[in-house]
Design a protein around this ligand. Structure first.
Ligand code: DGI
Ligand code: FE
Ligand code: FE
Length: 194
């Protein structure tokens, strides 16, 4: 899928604020791709598309989980987690997106996971730090991403903040979120395999 096609698709589907967020995520992911030698085209496409399913009806999303044999644990979560995996299957099956890194970046943009590809990392971080985000402490994460030279350390700090937030709100933490937190915790001595 070409950039302008993706932009039209998302513009027609999402409210203006969410559409603008999507464009900012794409721009931010491209900026990070420049710094970290990523694939700008993949980062841009995944950024534009990542929240396409954000407001889809929950019943139809559960239906997709069954139809496409997605992780059945997703049936215990709402649209916060589901919109990524559902968007990825829609893009692959209805809109002919074939690039595996783009599809994975869309799928895992909310939770992250262990052993993410470069494009997944860029979109996961871009979604958190795009200039419209005002989450407390986001400046610290922007500094890490833009000036400290480590995608993995940035991912760990985002993951840590997200998990701490979920716990304080008594919100159930999804498996991949925990796996991401542990995998990118470099203060622990395990050898990473990528
Ligand atoms: O779609 P966006 O708003 O741009 O951002 P996002 O896709 O990162 O979604 C953020 C929401 O997802 C936020 O409300 C926290 C929630 N979230 C992240 N990890 C988990 C989670 N919710 C649950 N229940 N469990 C998680 O592990
Ligand atoms: Fe999202
Ligand atoms: Fe988003």
């Amino acid at each position: 899928m070409k950039t302008d096609e993706a932009v039209s698709l998302v513009k027609a589907k999402l409210p203006e604020k969410r559409f603008n967020h999507s464009l900012r995520v794409a721009e931010t992911a491209v900026k990070l791709a420049e710094i970290y030698d990523g694939d700008k085209d993949k980062a841009e496409l995944a950024g534009i598309l990542h929240d396409y399913s954000k407001y889809d009806d929950l019943g139809s999303m559960y239906q997709m989980v069954r139809q496409y044999d997605l992780d059945s644990d997703l049936l215990s979560y709402g649209s916060e987690i589901l919109h990524g995996p559902v968007c990825a299957v829609i893009m692959e099956n209805q809109f002919g997106v074939t690039d595996e890194e783009v599809l994975l970046a869309i799928k895992n943009h909310t939770t992250g996971r262990a052993q993410m590809s470069k494009t997944e990392k860029l979109v996961f971080i871009a979604d958190y730090i795009e200039p419209g985000r005002q989450t407390p402490g986001v400046e610290e994460i922007r500094d890490l991403a833009y000036n400290q030279g480590s995608l993995d350390n940035t991912i760990y700090e985002i993951s840590k903040r997200t998990v701490l937030y979920l716990i304080t709100k008594d919100i159930t933490v999804y498996n991949a979120t925990i796996a991401c937190l542990n995998y990118y915790n470099y203060s622990d001595e395990r050898v990473k395999d990528d």
